[in-house]
Write a new protein. Structure first.
Lengths: 307, 166
C-alpha cells in the first residue's frame, strides 16, 4: 500500500539553512559552505559551494537533496578551498560518513561547521526528482534509517520531525533472501549483477571513504585486479571494494545511487556492516571512533573458523 | 623407501599463504622430520599473516587454485606482536564476504601452525587436500578468467562448424 510521506518540514528547513548560511558568510565565521541548490531539471537539486553571503539565497533543501556532500571534503576532491572553516549541510547518513572521516583523521571537527538537517527521507535514484515522496519513491536506505535527526551539529533548524511511517525494509529482506540460497545460487545472482558493471568507477568517485591517492585497483605493478570491464575484473573489483569499505562504510548508499547500471552495491556494504556488527559489535554511528573494527583487535575475537 | 603413492583422477592445486616465523618453520620441520604430506600444496612465504591481503586469496582462485590455506602463528606468538590478531579480524570479515558472493568456504582454510607443529601442518594440508579433492575443481573463478580471454563461449555451433570444415 502506497503511503505519502510528510515533507512539509522541508520549506522551514531550507529557510533556516539560508538564514544560517547568510549569517555565517557575512560574519566570516566560515570561508565556504557546501550545500544544495536547484538544478535545471524541474525539482532537481545539485551540490553547490558558496563563499559569499549573497549566494546564500541559492541554497535549498528538498526530498531530491540526495547527494552526500561529505565527499567534497575528502582529500580526493580538490573543489573546496582547504583554508579556514567550512560549513556543510548534512543529513543524518551524511553525518555518519563525516564522522567516519574524522575517525580516520581525514577531517578535523574544529575546521567544520555542521548544519544538520532533520530529514524524513530522500527520493530513490530511479525516480524523477519532481515526484512526490511516498513509500514507493523513497530511497531504500531511508527505509532503514536510524538517523533522521543528526546529533552533535553546530546548527540544526528548529523543526519538529513528523511521526515516521514504518516502512518495509529492502536491504535486510534481500540479504536474508540471498543468505538462504546455496553458494551456487548466490554466485549466479552476483555474476548476473557484476556482469552489468562497465567499470566507470562512479561508485569509487562518489564514495567519501575512497580517498586513496592511488587505488589498489589502478596499480599495474603488480596488477591485483584486472581493469577490464569483463567478468573476472568486475568480480574482483566489487569484492575488493566491499572489503575495503568493510567496517568503514556509513551507509549513505551513494555508490548505489551513482551506479549507472543499477548494481545493488549497497547490498554488499549492508551485508558487511551486518557481519561486523555480529562479529565485533561495531556499527557506524554518530560518535567519532578512532579505530574501526578492522584496525583494532581484542584477544577474545572469534576464531572458530581457524584450525 | 617411500610408501606407495595412490593414483587419483584429480590432483587439486592448493595455495598456502604462510608466515615465515611459524608455519613456514613448521612446514620445514615436517620436511626435516621426513613426514609425508600431499605435494599438492604450493607454499608462499610472507613475513606475517598480517601481510596477507585478501586480494591475494582472490588472485590465487583466479589463477587456478582449487583451495587456499592461510596459516600463521598462534595468537600471542606473532613475531610482530599483533599481526595475526589483525589478520584474524580481517579474514573473519573476508570469509563472510566470499560466502555472500557465493564461494564455497570449504575451499578456504585458516590455521595456526607453530614452528614446533610439523605434525599439525601435515594434518592441515592433508585434510584440506582431501576435502578439496572430494569437491572437485574450483571452476567459478577460472571460467571468469577464461571469459576474459575469449569474448564468447568457446563451443558455439558456429565455431564447431568452422572446426569441422578444417
Amino acid at each position: 500500500m502506497m503511503q505519502v510521506i510528510d515533507t512539509s518540514i522541508h520549506a522551514a528547513v531550507a529557510e533556516a539553512i539560508r538564514r544560517e548560511a547568510q549569517r555565517l558568510l557575512s560574519t566570516g565565521e566560515v570561508s565556504a559552505i557546501v550545500g544544495y541548490a536547484s538544478a535545471r531539471r524541474t525539482g532537481a537539486v545539485q551540490p553547490i559551494v558558496i563563499n559569499d553571503a549573497d549566494s546564500a539565497a541559492q541554497l535549498v533543501f528538498t526530498s531530491a537533496s540526495v547527494n552526500n556532500l561529505a565527499v567534497y571534503l575528502t582529500t580526493a576532491k580538490k573543489e573546496i578551498p582547504k583554508t579556514g572553516k567550512i560549513g556543510i549541510v548534512v543529513k543524518g547518513c551524511d553525518l555518519k560518513a563525516l564522522v567516519g572521516l574524522m575517525g580516520e583523521f581525514q577531517l578535523k571537527r574544529e575546521n567544520l561547521y555542521l548544519i544538520g538537517v532533520p530529514c524524513v527521507g530522500v527520493l530513490a535514484s530511479t525516480v524523477q526528482p519532481a515526484v512526490e515522496l511516498t513509500s514507493e519513491t523513497i530511497a531504500p536506505k531511508c527505509r532503514e534509517c536510524d538517523a533522521h535527526l543528526p546529533t552533535g551539529c553546530d546548527f540544526v533548524p528548529d523543526v519538529a520531525l513528523p511521526p515516521m511511517v514504518p516502512l518495509e525494509t529492502k536491504y535486510a529482506t534481500e540479504i536474508a533472501r540471498l543468505e538462504a540460497l546455496t553458494p551456487a545460487g548466490r554466485w549466479a545472482y552476483w555474476q548476473e549483477q557484476f556482469a552489468k558493471c562497465i567499470k566507470c568507477y562512479a561508485c569509487r568517485q562518489v564514495c567519501p571513504f575512497c580517498f586513496c591517492e592511488q587505488c589498489l585497483c589502478d596499480r599495474n605493478k603488480p596488477q591485483m585486479v584486472e581493469t577490464t570491464p569483463r567478468p573476472s575484473g568486475n568480480t574482483a573489483w566489487h569484492i575488493v571494494r566491499a572489503m575495503h569499505l568493510a567496517g568503514r562504510c556509513a551507509g549513505c548508499a551513494e555508490c548505489e545511487r551513482a551506479c549507472p547500471m543499477d548494481i545493488p552495491l549497497n547490498l554488499l556494504n549492508r551485508k558487511m556492516a551486518k557481519e561486523l556488527k555480529e562479529l565485533f559489535e561495531y556499527e557506524a554511528g554518530l560518535e567519532v571512533n578512532e579505530s574501526g573494527p578492522l584496525a583494532t583487535f581484542t584477544d577474545k575475537d572469534d576464531q572458530s573458523f581457524i584450525k | 623407501m617411500h610408501p606407495e603413492k595412490q593414483k587419483h583422477g584429480f590432483e587439486p592445486k592448493i595455495i598456502a599463504f604462510v608466515c615465515t616465523w611459524c608455519t613456514y618453520a613448521g612446514a620445514d620441520l615436517a620436511g626435516t622430520s621426513r613426514m609425508q604430506y600431499p605435494s599438492n600444496v604450493r607454499v608462499l612465504k610472507f613475513p606475517c599473516t598480517g601481510r596477507i591481503d585478501p586480494v591475494f586469496i582472490l588472485k590465487a582462485f583466479q589463477q587456478g587454485a582449487d583451495g587456499v590455506l592461510v596459516s600463521g602463528c598462534h595468537p600471542g606468538d606473532c613475531h610482530y606482536i599483533a599481526g595475526n590478531f589483525h589478520a584474524r579480524r580481517r579474514f573473519a570479515a573476508f570469509r563472510k564476504l566470499l560466502e555472500f558472493i557465493g564461494v564455497d568456504l570449504h575451499r578456504l582454510q585458516f590455521s595456526w601452525v607453530s614452528a614446533a607443529e610439523g605434525g599439525k601442518w601435515v594434518e592441515v594440508v592433508t585434510d584440506l587436500t582431501e576435502k578439496v579433492r572430494a569437491m572437485g575443481p574450483m571452476n567459478e573463478f577460472k571460467e571468469l578468467a577464461l571469459e576474459e580471454q575469449w569474448s564468447g563461449s568457446i563451443n558455439t555451433p558456429e565455431l564447431k562448424e568452422a572446426y569441422n570444415q578444417i
